[in-house]
Design a binder for this molecule. Structure first.
Ligand SMILES: [Cu+2]
Length: 233
């Protein structure tokens, strides 16, 4: 009997390695922020009436603590072979401004464009790698979907009816990107272990992106960026 038990030694091997992690952090701005311009919507009474207080430009949203919103943070060189999500990214035209102001999505992922306003918009996307799109959305047309086939760096999406309406989109061939919230925070999940170049883009800084390396190993990695007011030349 004892011999039999010896044969029944159960060896439990627990493999608990973590091969992916979350990259999270915050984007800050140091310096005197530019004053947000008032958006003059008088040309379209429907737009003007949709704001109790005058709408402000969203090109630079920074709070009292220097937290910077609408910054695209992304990783470069992460190998990814998964499919694009079928769940669409959304771009709403609401109160004659775009919501969100900055959108990131994957190539092949649908972008659902909504018109929540009782007025006519003409949405005009200006990608260079992907196909340009340009169509009217009368108040009766509440939804339309576009897709981008290829990854492309950030481009403008604007309205040809309302000149103040402007937003930005970037298309990725992987899911390792995020756009900062109004508290400057972001989170990029399920990043495979490795060291990658991380990039931060903000529209006022445009081509002057920030970059640094981030290493993901056995769990979370912290990544923070600070934009500084450019010195006058
Ligand atoms: Cu419009």
């Amino acid at each position: 009997m004892r011999k039999a038990i010896n044969y029944f030694i159960i060896i439990t091997i627990t493999i608990s390695s973590v091969f992916a992690g979350e990259v999270k952090g915050r984007v800050k701005y140091v310096g005197k922020p530019p004053k947000a311009k008032r958006l003059r919507m008088d040309a379209d009474p429907v737009c003007a009436a949709s704001h109790k207080e005058a709408a402000k430009a969203e090109s630079f949203i920074v709070d009292a603590n220097g937290n910077l919103a609408n910054v695209i943070v992304y990783l470069e060189g992460v190998s990814y072979s998964g499919k694009a999500p079928t769940k669409p990214a959304t771009l709403d035209q609401a109160g004659c401004v775009y919501s969100p102001h900055v959108v990131g999505l994957q190539a092949g992922q649908p972008l659902k464009i909504l018109n929540s306003d009782a007025t006519m918009h003409n949405i005009h996307g200006l990608p260079k790698v992907n196909r340009e799109f340009n169509f009217g959305m009368p108040k009766s047309l509440k939804e339309k979907t576009v897709t981008f086939n290829k990854a492309e760096s950030v481009f403008v999406v604007k309205c040809d009816v309302h000149p103040w309406m402007k937003s930005y989109a970037q298309v990725f061939d992987h899911p390792y990107f995020a756009v900062t919230s109004t508290d400057g925070s972001f989170s990029i999940k399920d990043v495979p272990d490795g060291t990658y170049k991380a990039v931060a883009w903000q529209e006022k800084f445009n081509k002057r992106t920030l970059s640094q390396n981030v290493t993901v190993k056995d769990g979370n990695a912290t990544l923070n960026f600070t934009f500084e007011r450019p010195k006058k030349k």
